[in-house]
Design a protein around this ligand. Structure first.
Ligand code: GLN
Length: 514
């Protein structure tokens, strides 16, 4: 048999169902792959082979006993490390949560368990999912499997690389402004950000609650459909989750595309778009034409404000969400012995100098503990976002920044409504360029933010969007194609991506890792 880690999840499932392979064999194959490749790539922050194998063995027993152990029974799935797993560290790539063990499972994790999936480990991410390169993780480095000198994208860098390098057939990521689609594009895999509310966020550590959404990463649209079917659906414990039935995504895939109306987003082919990315995307549009799609230009006129809008709203929400990390409720707390010793020294110095005023102005030990904990627990980018957000929400600036951004957000949403009156889906690039060298943007936050040019609008509007491999640069780096649709059009997006993959072979290439 060929290398198991080379197969799609759908193929593996059929092998499991036919009894041609056991979950234990499969899980071992992936664990072996992790063992040999992950030193080079750094997808996983935590893997627990023993635990994975226990789950696999349980699935094998149930299958042997003639039970129907669920739609993913025996298939390994990797989880981004901002999804709560009961009793197991959930770090968000932060020093703040380095040792945090949640007392409950995220709804998505529960659903995967019920479906019989085998948890493979927790994958690396930018700290609290803030970033586009995974370089903001405080706990590990992740490299692009196609060129280990390049970044894998982010924030779901671990989730994308483990698929691209054959260390997991399926993984779960989260997308607030592109964090599933962008690393999927940079690593040559499929990534879907569902409609806001399609997948429960309960147990997803919050970054920007009105934008965050959980979604699947896989090699093919068909595999992503398999996974989405399991994780989607209403959850009474998440008030923003949509009370809508979950379609049988996989059965919709086979329906032909003829007559599909695709809108080419004019604004996504302007300044800043790399020529190789542009030509790969234009070539993909031609593929759709051949498949019988009708191509028309569409306009999303407020696109140019998307980055500015997102980088006000997301930090505002982050500054509020991250206020909970105070050294009391969760995670890291500064060393209090050191804290008290410094305070004592400072007091002694000030009273020796007779500086009564400064003595009175000293913060209380509690306030110092908060401040010191946050100074040590958060990395630079997270602090930058907290400061930006706090500033934009403060009295006098609230109207000028936050409120204004909310208004522009509405206009962006209306652009989509308008476009979807004429077309079924819109098509364009995922990222302006292919993956860039490690370290090249880390000191230039604005340059990093501009990489989110084409992805943040879907989050601001709440619409679903998918990234599909559509080519390679001359340097051998993958390029992604983005399709976006109206709310709850995941079936359509997956179907369109599926037919594209039937016509193309980009997703079949593998990085040379050995
Ligand atoms: N790159 C974007 C940011 O830094 C998006 C991150 C995400 O989707 N989690 O905010």
């Amino acid at each position: 048999m060929a290398d198991l880690t080379d197969y799609t999840a759908v193929k593996l499932l059929s092998l499991l169902q036919a009894g041609e392979v056991t979950s234990t064999e499969l899980t071992k194959a992936y664990l072996d792959r992790i063992e040999t490749c992950d030193q080079k790539i750094g997808s996983f922050l935590r893997a627990d082979p023993e635990e994975s194998l226990e789950h696999a063995a349980a699935m094998d027993r149930r299958r042997k006993a003639g039970e129907a152990p669920g739609p993913l029974a025996g298939l390994p799935v990797a989880l981004k490390d901002n999804l709560c797993t009961r009793g197991q560290t959930t770090t968000c790539g932060s020093r703040m949560l380095k040792n945090f063990k949640p007392p409950y499972d995220a709804t998505v994790v529960e659903k995967l368990r019920e479906a019989g999936a085998v948890p493979l480990g927790k994958t690396n991410l930018d700290e609290f999912a803030m970033g586009g390169s995974t370089e903001n993780s405080a706990l590990g480095e992740t490299r692009n499997p196609w060129n280990t000198n390049c970044i894998p994208g982010g924030s779901s860098g671990g989730a994308a690389t483990c698929i691209a390098s054959g260390m997991s057939p399926l993984s779960i990521g989260s997308d607030t402004g592109g964090s599933i689609r962008q690393p999927a594009a940079f690593c040559g895999v499929v990534g879907l950000k569902p409609t806001y509310g399609r997948v429960s966020r309960l147990g997803l550590v919050a970054f920007a609650s009105s934008l965050d959404q959980i979604g699947p990463l896989a090699r093919t649209a068909e595999d992503a459909a398999l996974l989405l079917e399991v994780i989607a659906g209403h959850d009474a414990r998440d008030s923003t989750s949509l009370d809508q039935t979950v379609p049988r995504y996989r059965s919709v895939l086979q329906q032909p595309l003829a007559g599909l109306k695709l809108g080419v987003v004019e604004e996504h082919f302007g300044e800043g778009l790399d020529a190789e990315v542009e030509s790969a995307v234009r070539e993909s549009i031609r593929v759709y034409q051949e498949l019988g799609a009708k191509i028309t230009p569409v306009s999303l006129p407020h696109s140019e404000y998307a980055i500015a809008t997102y980088y006000v709203i997301a930090p505002c929400e982050a500054s509020s969400n991250l206020a909970r990390y105070d050294g009391v409720h969760y995670g890291y707390r500064t060393d209090e012995n050191v804290l008290h010793a410094t305070l004592k020294q400072q007091r002694a110095k000030l009273s020796a100098a007779g500086n009564e005023q400064a003595l009175n102005d000293l913060d209380s030990p509690l306030v110092r503990m908060y401040r010191q904990t946050r100074a040590e627990g958060f990395g630079a980018e997270v602090k930058r976002r907290i400061m930006l957000g706090t500033y934009a929400l403060s009295a006098g600036y609230y109207e000028a920044y936050y409120l204004k951004a909310l208004k522009v957000r509405r206009l962006i949403r209306q652009d989509y409504d308008e476009a979807f009156r004429d077309v079924d889906l819109v098509i364009g690039p995922v990222t302006p360029t292919p993956a860039f060298p490690r370290g090249s943007k880390i000191d230039d936050p604005l340059a990093m933010y501009l990489g989110d040019l084409y992805t943040v609008s879907a989050n601001l509007a709440g619409v679903p969007a998918i990234s599909v491999p559509c080519g390679f640069s001359n340097a051998g780096l993958p390029i992604g194609l983005q399709l976006q649709g109206p709310p709850l059009s995941e079936d359509r997006l997956l179907q369109a991506a599926h037919w594209f993959q039937k016509e193309t072979t980009w997703h079949q290439r593998r990085p040379a890792l050995n």
